[in-house]
Every structure is written in structure tokens, then in C-alpha cells.
Design a protein around this ligand. Structure first.
Ligand SMILES: Nc1ncnc2c1ncn2[C@@H]1O[C@H](COP(=O)(O)OP(=O)(O)O)[C@@H](O)[C@H]1O
Ligand SMILES: [Mg+2]
Length: 260
């Protein structure tokens, strides 16, 4: 179980709804908040979207470290294998990159079959270990509900479901709610919904979101600055603070994220 000291926040939702854009903007806001303390960002999408949205460098992904562990174990004698098991924690630490304002762990991909240490369990171990060194841990999840199913973390302080204004996005939100509240797949301090890319349809979206039955933590407008930054590959952390989407995320941080 991760240390209670650190605050664990994860972002989930259907693919393409803006999880990564939201997480990048949330990171930017938290980097500037003293209350958030030392920040660890986890890019838990194998496609490394968050790493790209931050324009950050990672030395190695956890998937790459896993490949190295598997390759080493194939060549190891029995005694060496035992040693290797003890070294895994240390090896995995190599996937942590420390930046000035945050630490970053990218999950990456790992194709090799091997009974030992699937990336998700490595990540789970890492989060538990690192929670002592960071005050806020923010996870940009993979699309869909698989990671929640596989219990990449066992407890979260907040789970933020991002949805766009589509019924499919909201259905995924309803499924996450069910998994958390009925199936109790994961222990969650609080669960909230963030509606992204909201245009003139706010009232309609509001009503549809109410049917999901999850607290709506905020609305983020469709913002051409976000689209532009993503198009030209400019980090979303460089969005101007008065950019409408960034201002909406700031407001969600003040009103909800820092208080839950
Ligand atoms: N508020 C927004 N305004 C404009 N474009 C957005 C907004 N949020 C996300 N996008 C765009 O939507 C696309 C998908 O966003 P992304 O964050 O990659 O989704 P996900 O991580 O959920 O798959 C990206 O091209 C991104 O630029
Ligand atoms: Mg993403």
C-alpha cells in the first residue's frame, strides 16, 4: 500500500477525449502550486502521449527496463537469477527522470513474453516506493478501463474521469463509476467527471453528465490554442495561463483537486 503521505491522482476515460491534454495542463498548474509539493508524473499510456505533450525526455521507459530485465534473466544462472530479483527495484528506478519541476516515469511498451514482472506490476511497485519521495503523484492513464481492471494502483485519492461531449465518452465514465462503486475494483477517495471540449452545447452536456451520476468537477472549453500546440508539437505546458482551457483547469485545481 502506498504511503498515505502522498496524494495520488489518476486521469482516465475513453481514448481521444483529452486525458493527456488535461493531464498536461493539470501538471502545469500543479507545478506552480506550493501546496502540491514535489510532483511525480506518470505517463501510463504505452504511446507516451504525456511525455510528448510535456516535450520531456526520458532516459528509458519502464517497458525498456523490463526488456533488459528479461534479457538478463535469460542469460542468468540460478544464483544470478536470485540476485536479479533483488536488483529489480533498483533497475526500475532507472526509468525515473528528474526534471526541475517534476519527476517523470513513462511506462512505454514491452512486447516480450515472460512470466515475470509485467509492466503494470512493476509500475505498481514503483508507485509504492516513490510515494515516499513525492507529495503529489499524477497518472495519465491508458484509454479505457483495463488499467483500472488490472489494479495498477490499489488506492487513489482522486480519480478524474475525462469525457468529451459524446455518449460513448459518457458511457465509459459510467462504466468506471460502476467499477469503482459497485465492483470496488479500486479504493477511491473521490471520483469526479471533467467534461472536455465543451462548446455551445453546455446545457445538453450537463444533463447528459448528470445521468451518469458522477460529480461534475468542471467543464473545459474547446480551445484552439490546445489544438494549435498539439498540431505543431509545442508543449501544452507552454499554453498561456489565460488560454480558456488552461483557465478552466486552474479553476478545477483550486476548487477540487487541492481540496480532495
Ligand atoms: N480542450 C481542447 N480543445 C481543443 N482540442 C483539444 C482539447 N482537448 C483535447 N484536444 C485535442 O484532442 C485530441 C485528443 O486529445 P488527447 O489528450 O491526446 O486525448 P487522450 O489522451 O484522451 O487520448 C488532441 O489532438 C488534442 O489536441
Ligand atoms: Mg492520452
Amino acid at each position: 500500500m502506498a504511503d498515505r503521505k502522498s496524494k495520488l491522482v489518476a486521469v482516465c476515460g475513453k481514448g481521444g477525449v483529452g486525458k493527456t491534454a488535461f493531464t498536461a495542463m493539470l501538471s502545469k498548474v500543479l507545478m506552480e502550486k506550493e501546496e502540491a509539493g514535489r510532483l511525480l508524473l506518470i505517463d501510463a499510456d504505452p504511446a507516451n502521449g504525456l511525455t510528448m505533450a510535456l516535450d520531456a525526455q526520458v532516459k528509458r521507459t519502464m517497458g525498456e527496463v523490463r526488456e533488459e530485465i528479461i534479457a538478463a534473466s535469460r542469460q542468468a544462472t540460478k544464483a544470478e537469477k536470485h540476485q536479479l530479483t533483488e536488483m529489480i527495484d533498483y533497475m526500475v528506478l532507472e526509468a525515473l527522470t528528474e526534471h526541475e519541476k517534476y519527476g517523470l516515469l513513462a511506462m512505454g511498451r514491452s512486447e516480450s513474453k515472460g512470466c515475470f514482472c509485467p509492466v503494470n506490476s512493476l509500475l505498481r511497485g514503483m508507485i509504492e516506493e516513490l510515494s515516499e519521495n513525492f507529495d503529489t503523484i499524477l497518472i495519465d492513464g491508458e484509454a479505457g478501463v483495463e488499467q483500472i481492471n488490472r489494479q495498477v494502483v490499489r488506492r487513489l485519492d482522486s480519480l478524474i474521469i475525462v469525457s468529451d461531449a459524446t455518449s460513448r465518452g459518457l458511457q465509459t465514465a459510467a462504466l468506471v463509476k460502476h467499477m469503482v462503486e459497485q465492483d470496488k475494483v479500486i479504493k477511491c477517495g473521490s471520483l469526479g467527471l471533467v467534461l472536455n471540449r465543451v462548446q455551445a452545447n453546455e446545457d445538453l452536456v450537463k444533463r447528459a453528465a448528470e445521468e451518469v451520476g458522477v460529480d461534475v468537477w468542471g467543464y473545459i472549453p474547446q480551445d484552439e490554442n490546445v489544438a494549435y500546440h498539439d498540431l505543431v508539437g509545442k508543449p501544452l505546458t507552454e499554453l498561456p495561463a489565460d488560454s480558456p482551457a488552461m483557465a478552466a483547469v486552474s479553476e478545477i485545481v483550486e476548487r477540487v483537486v487541492l481540496r480532495t
